[in-house]
Design a binder for this molecule. Structure first.
Ligand code: C2E
Ligand code: CA
Ligand code: CA
Length: 865
């Protein structure tokens, strides 16, 4: 390709170089032509001036003779206006042309300016002529003033031509003239002065010796001619000689010789028209001669110009052809290489920008480019596959059809591997997200979906759905007694047994903890569901062997049946939940069916919960105070704060009516907070009074607050500064304390650090063993009032006694509650109980009654006896 383009480009360059040379030649020739044309006005000015002078001479000679001018003029047959008019017109025109000419062509523009300025004075002479008062002196001055600048201008012009001629080597004539510029100028000037002398001689301007002056100018012009002729080459000389052979010139020559020979007298004596006209001929000869030369020059220049133009055209044509060929070649190159490269570049950009949409363009013709282009097609196809796959992957659509396509290369391979791994991981995660790890059963989320789906199915196909809520009884005890591993094993076995008792469509799921559900699809009535529940409960009642031990765990089952009022799975589950709650409340290990009463109870609970919230927010709660006395001296040790709820109608709700509910709904946290801050207030007031400053105040705290880890810090930060916390006591239920022994022990320890005494409330109703009690180092045991009430029975009395001994052995205070009689009080004191509380001393009372009660019951117990 380059082998074609480079020579063509070189040729093109040479052609253009040639063209520019021809162009410059032509430009110079044009300049000469123009210069020559501008010379003509100057020469015209000369001849105009001569005519002017002739007229002036006529006028002058006539007036010099003192003749009547108009008569003479008429006699001579002259019409002055016609005589002077054209002359003036020629002169005027020439001057205008000269001044308008581009003076840049003149070697000495200053000389031209001088001539133009001098010529402008001619109007003065015109005026004189018009007035016919032109004197000889005027004419003389005019001659001097005009002739000198004219000669200078002429010479300047010829020099200019010579200078110009140097620029145009082809113009041989110009060369010649330029070489002889000075001689030519001298000759022309000489002729000019000869013609002026002739006129002067003929009209007899006051010259002292006109003949001699004329002879001098005649010889000077001859000498100038000889000198010029010697320098000119033959061609130019022939041209000049041709001019000198013209009849006018010959006559002028003859006239001149006649004057010199004295055959023609000077002055006004013989002013023949003819002689005057001859003078004019002479003066115009110089002009003619120059004119001829200029014309020649012009022709020559035109010739040069034409030739240059022709050459230029030829060069241009060649250049054009070369250019066309070159451009064609370059164009070919563009088509063959650049365009395919552009195409490939654009595609590469497109691909790197991630645009894999195929752009439909023609395949490049260049073979290599076409190969690359096809490779790019493959690449784009592969990338699109990979892109689609990546898209599917990031969208998690592992089943997308694009993932079945095979993408090439290592990227494709690793993508395929990722897909496989991801599919596996996803299905595993999916399974995990929907299944319980321990038992492998569907989890709560999956169970809810299954219930909803089954509900939808029953709704469209008819039939009912039974939902069993299965809750292990006392699972906590299994965990505590046999360890968590055993607990897990029990859960796994439970799952297996429930599944074993289920049928095809049924779904067994674990909701969490020890709660399971069994979805019994398509039952005819509640009996079917209850029957299934019974089957499962019986299967569960069989002992299971776990780690060598035999464990029996019963279940409570709540049964709910889908009916028209059940809209969502959550609703159905809630009903089964209420039923199992009822089963637990009724003593566990039984099947309970949801009914409207349960639903109503539930509704009531919800209402109660709502009201409790409002009571908490408002001023609906109060603390009542029941005294606790020391045994055996019956002095007032302090009080237990007991919660009361004052309803809007003024009634009083007892804690049993709302504390269990509060514990179910988490409201208990807010309730306990409220109780504590009220207790601080009361204790603070007591501690401010010397009479009451040593009183203790025992507060009941829900076991829900015990294991949260916040109880001690909550009291430390919440209690007012300066409050003596050693007078504060907390009563915690046994079951709460033993739920999580370690957490409870930590909390109890923290509380004791604050000086707070901790009591186990309702002691004897839970399942605490002595061993575990040791793990939670409380301050006192508050024996449940059921034991105190049973003092009639001898064996119960011994239990009461044993509990006091136990407390003593553990170095704990023993508190008896529910003491209603003096006999009970005496008995308890005899068993070693350290404190007593009950109606025997006082019923719980509002805060306002505490002061009066204390005042009425001196420290010495009046009832003790
Ligand atoms: P508890 O802690 O065992 O409270 C003692 C209960 O026995 C009180 O019932 C009290 O009025 C009652 N009582 C006291 N002496 C006698 C008696 O001689 N004979 C009989 N039959 N009963 C007596 P109350 O006030 O109805 O409280 C019931 C339960 O509510 C409390 O049992 C306690 O577990 C809970 N409770 C009360 N106040 C609060 C509280 O502020 N916070 C929390 N979390 N629970 C509270
Ligand atoms: Ca209590
Ligand atoms: Ca109690």
């Amino acid at each position: 390709m380059l082998s074609v383009v480079v020579p063509l480009a070189a040729a093109l360059f040479l052609v253009f170089d040639d063209v520019s040379h021809h162009q410059s030649v032509r430009r110079e020739a044009t300049r000469i032509e123009r210069a020559a044309n501008q010379t003509k006005p100057l020469l015209n000015a000369q001849s105009g001036l001569s005519a002017d002078m002739r007229a002036a001479a006529v006028v002058s000679s006539v007036s010099g003779l003192g003749l009547d001018l108009s008569g003479i003029v008429a006699a001579l047959g002259l019409d002055l206006s016609t005589e002077l008019g054209p002359a003036r017109a020629i002169l005027d025109e020439a001057l205008i042309e000269i001044s308008a000419a581009e003076r840049e062509y003149w070697a000495d523009p200053a000389a031209v300016d001088a001539f133009v300025t001098a010529s402008e004075d001619r109007t003065r002479y015109h005026d004189l002529i018009d007035d016919m008062v032109l004197t000889t002196a005027d004419l003389d001055r005019m001659r001097v003033e005009l002739q000198t600048p004219l000669a200078t201008a002429t010479q300047a012009q010829i020099s200019s031509l010579g200078v110009l001629a140097l620029d145009v080597p082809r113009a041989g004539l110009l060369d010649d003239l330029a070489a002889n510029a000075a001689a030519a100028d001298a000759y022309l000037t000489a002729i000019h002065s000869q013609s002026a002398s002739l006129v002067a001689y003929l009209v007899g301007f006051g010259l002292e010796d006109p003949a001699e002056a004329f002879a001098a100018s005649y010889q000077a012009s001859e000498v100038a001619w000889q000198r010029l002729a010697a320098g000119l080459d033959t061609t130019t000389l022939q041209r000049f000689e041709a001019l000198r052979a013209e009849p006018d010139w010959v006559e002028f020559d003859a006239l001149s010789e006649a004057i010199i020979a004295g055959e023609l007298s000077s002055g006004p004596l013989e002013p023949t028209i003819r002689s005057i006209e001859l003078g004019v001929t002479v003066s115009s000869f110089a002009a003619d001669m120059t004119d001829q030369v200029i014309a020649q020059l012009g022709e020559e220049a035109a010739l040069v110009s034409t030739e240059a133009a022709a050459q230029e055209r030829r060069a241009l044509v060649i250049g054009f052809v070369i250019a066309v060929v070159t451009l064609g070649s370059v164009g070919g190159a563009v088509t063959m290489i650049v365009r395919p490269l552009r195409h490939l570049e654009a595609r590469a950009h497109q691909i790197s920008a991630g645009d894999l949409e195929p752009t439909i363009t023609a395949r490049p013709l260049l073979r290599e480019a076409a190969v690359i282009d096809e490779a790019m097609d493959d690449m784009v196809r592969s990338l699109s596959v990979i892109e689609r796959q990546a898209e599917a992957l990031s969208a998690g659509r592992l089943d997308a059809s694009s993932l079945q396509e095979s993408a090439p290369g290592r990227l494709g391979e690793s993508l395929r591997q990722s897909v496989d791994q991801l599919s596996e991981l996803t299905s595993r995660l999916d399974h995990q997200a929907r299944h319980d790890i321990l038992t492998g059963l569907p989890n709560r989320a999956a169970a809810m979906e299954a219930i909803d789906a089954a509900l939808a199915r029953r709704r469209s196909r008819g039939g009912q759905l039974g939902l069993l809520f299965v809750d292990l009884d006392e699972f906590k005890r299994i965990n505590d007694d046999h360890g968590h591993a055993a607990g897990d094993a029990v859960l796994v076995e439970t799952a297996a047994r429930l599944v074993a008792q289920s049928r095809g469509r049924d779904v067994v799921a674990r909701l969490g903890g020890d709660e399971f559900i069994a979805l019994i699809d398509d039952v005819d009535d509640i009996d079917d569901a209850v029957e299934a529940a019974g089957r499962m409960a019986r299967a569960m009642a069989e002992p299971m062997s776990v780690g060598g031990a035999s464990i029996t765990s019963t279940v409570s089952v709540g049964v709910a049946l889908s009916d028209s009022s059940v809209i969502t799975g959550e609703q159905l589950l809630h009903r089964a939940d209420l039923a199992v709650y009822q089963a637990k409340a009724l003593g566990r290990s039984r099947v309970e069916v949801f009914d409207d009463d349960l639903g109503e109870a539930d509704d009531e609970r919800r209402l109660l919960e709502h009201e409790l919230r409002e009571a908490l927010a408002g001023a609906g709660l109060e603390l009542w105070y029941q005294p606790i006395v020391d045994l055996p001296n019956h002095r007032v040790w302090g009080f237990e704060a007991l919660l009361r709820w004052r309803t809007e109608d003024g009634g009083l709700r007892m804690p049993d009516q709302f504390i269990p509910l509060a514990e179910q709904s988490n409201l208990i946290v807010a309730v306990d907070d409220w109780v504590l801050s009220s207790a601080y207030e009361t204790l603070g007031a007591w501690q401010a009074d010397v009479e009451t400053k040593d009183l203790h105040l025992a507060v009941n705290i829900s076991s829900r607050n015990l294991t949260g880890g916040q109880l001690a810090t909550g009291i430390r930060d919440g209690a007012p500064a300066g409050l003596d916390l050693s007078r504060l006591g907390l009563e915690l239920t046994e079951t709460g304390l033993l739920d999580d022994v370690d957490a409870a022990a930590a909390t109890v320890h923290e509380l004791q650090q604050l000086g707070i005494g901790v009591a186990i409330d309702d002691f004897g109703t839970g399942h605490s063993s002595v061993a575990r009690l040791r793990g939670v180092p409380v301050n006192r045991l508050k024996v449940d009032r059921s034991y105190i009430a049973a003092t009639e029975d001898a064996s119960d009395r011994s239990i009461l006694s044993t509990l006091a001994s136990l407390a003593a052995a553990l170095e704990l205070e023993a508190v008896a509650e529910g003491v209603e009689t003096a006999a009970q009080a005496r008995l308890l004191a005899s068993f070693g109980y350290t404190h007593a509380q009950g109606y025997h001393y006082a019923r719980p009372m509002p805060l306002a009654e505490v002061g009066p009660w204390l005042a009425a019951n001196d420290r010495a117990d009046s009832r003790a006896g």
